[in-house]
Design a protein around this ligand. Sequence first.
Ligand SMILES: [Zn+2]
Length: 334
Amino acid sequence: MNVFYNSLHNQHRPPNEIFDGNRDPHQEVPERVDQVLRALEGTEHLVSDAQPNLRERQALLGMLGQLHTSEYLKFLQTTNFGKDYVYPSVFPYRNEAQSSAHPVAQRGLFSFDTYTPLNNTTFETALCSAYLAQHAAIEALNSNEVQYALCRPPGHHAEPAHMGGYCYFNNGGVATQTFRNANQQNRIAILDIDFHHGNGAEKIFGEIEEVLTVSIHADPNKKFPFFSGQVTNAYVSNRNFPLPLGTTNSQYEQTLKLALEAIRKHHTTHLVVCFGADTHKSDPIGGFLLTTDFYTEVARQIRALKIPTVIVQEGGYNTASLGENVVAFLTGFI
Ligand SMILES: [Zn+2]
């Protein structure tokens, strides 16, 4: 399988996230990708450093404009955040909130949490991460084979006008939009199997019938992102499967079957899998009990759909086990 990564990902290195008044060490660290690359050494996967050229960069920016608002993109691209990471502190809670040009107000306007800081490297690394998803989708269209985008920073929490949950651009959305732009007849499903709800794709594509968003995740009464992820009929084309903390392999597998059934019923032609290994039993911020071997079985069941597929890396914060978990997952597609 082709594995695409960005060798400059480690420029994105936020030292802290702010939770409950504390500056905690940031969980989304460069070592995550380094560990995955190390685990891929000696496997038959073809690992390549994929950077956009000038033309691809322009095309990608155009596509991001189909997923995110122009104000949000302009904010990320043109603001001088400086070398040190900055955080939002206040958020516009009023529906009739008035605009303010103050940098603190602008940060709050485009964020939904205090885990997703900004500096002058953020735009570039987030753009290069999104490029991996686009590049992988183009390869999937050309080859009909499964492709893996080792994205960092992750993307599945990024909404049209908001960053959050360590995410800036919706990488899975970029892969989806690449499939859509290739042929308007394509029917895409996004299967989000990160531990946390895939709120970004739901928000971006929820009203678009031909894009089905499916997410299996932790009960939002217990875990981030809290304000989305319940079973709901609020969207035209969305299925949410919240699961309790302590979910085991066999419980997860039952739900996966339902998710895959929904994807089959959608007459899906192209699939985007947002894969997070924070469902692993050892994850420091997760709460499920999935095991490394089980990821191979999850992948086998997804592969049985037999449709062009892009895997996009999302979470997974036990850096020591992330590499073997990713390799276990990719093994199921071979
Ligand atoms: Zn997650």
